[in-house]
Design a protein around this ligand. Sequence first.
Ligand code: SF4
Ligand code: SF4
Length: 317
Amino acid sequence: MMKTLIRGTRFGRTVRRNAKRYLYNVRYRKVLQASDFPPEVWIENTNCCNARCVMCPRDKHTRPQGIMDFSTYARLIEEIALYKDAVKRIHLHNYGEPLLDKDLPRKVKFAKEKGIRHTYFVTNAAALTPAMSRDLIEAGLDEFKISFYGTDRETYNSTMRGLDFGTTINNVKDFFRVRAELGVSKPRVIIQYLPQESNKGRTDDFTAIFKDVIGKDSGDSMSIFSLHDFGEGGKNDPWGDDICSICNYPWRTMVILHDGRVVLCCLDYNGVQTMGDVKKNSISEIWNSSAYTKAREDFKKLDYNGYPFCMKCELIR
Ligand code: SF4
Ligand code: SF4
């Protein structure tokens, strides 16, 4: 109780920030070591989407929309395969709905054939037809997450605008049926809820819907997520703008947009902080470039001035 009270006050926030700034960061600077290759690679197969979720800045998303061509994708996978022991997983999505790419099962299959350890994506499941489910399972997909932000037609349709509760829930149930028919346990599934005003925060209802749908023997799970702000100026942070954290993105993840440009992180939905272009350089060259080296040095100093998107990010506050 006392802990909650302190955490919820301005005093509590100040204590937490100073602990981060003077204790955690000091240790963290030593721990963070640049690797030769990104431990995790996000490949945006498409930035198109079939939804207009209330919390998503789709209306501010101005960069051209498209799908990564298979030859660019294959070249990336062939390079990642050279470092497959060092790469923990690849995300086959970034800012968009990955199932709108009809080549997705082929892309998953190609990655698995090349020995990539873990393939993963996040989807709204509106296009997860039984045929798509079967293709993805047979392609060898390891894991995926379903964003499911409502508990009935009213709350779902008004949160995940453009999608239909009945269609998506049937798709989700069909996926589990198809996986059982095929007698396999993979891919593992996480179903995620995001309590907020538009869906009335009905976490218990969400749990009740899915607890008997998921397959516990497969390691499936449910997750309750907190809203982040897509770098839009800390609007979920009521206490202002004091930067206190080292963001570890430049050490742990590379995000490649569908057109080949590399950005510092997945929150940069318009691709303003470009670090390179895989159509001009390899992943390894970009990861070890002066741009990434400088970002690591700057971030360790909590100096985000050269990174306008980061300056507005709540995750370092
Ligand atoms: S499904 Fe994802 S990308 Fe599409 S509108 Fe919703 S949050 Fe945004
Ligand atoms: S500080 Fe925020 S916007 Fe910048 S790289 Fe980290 S998570 Fe992304």
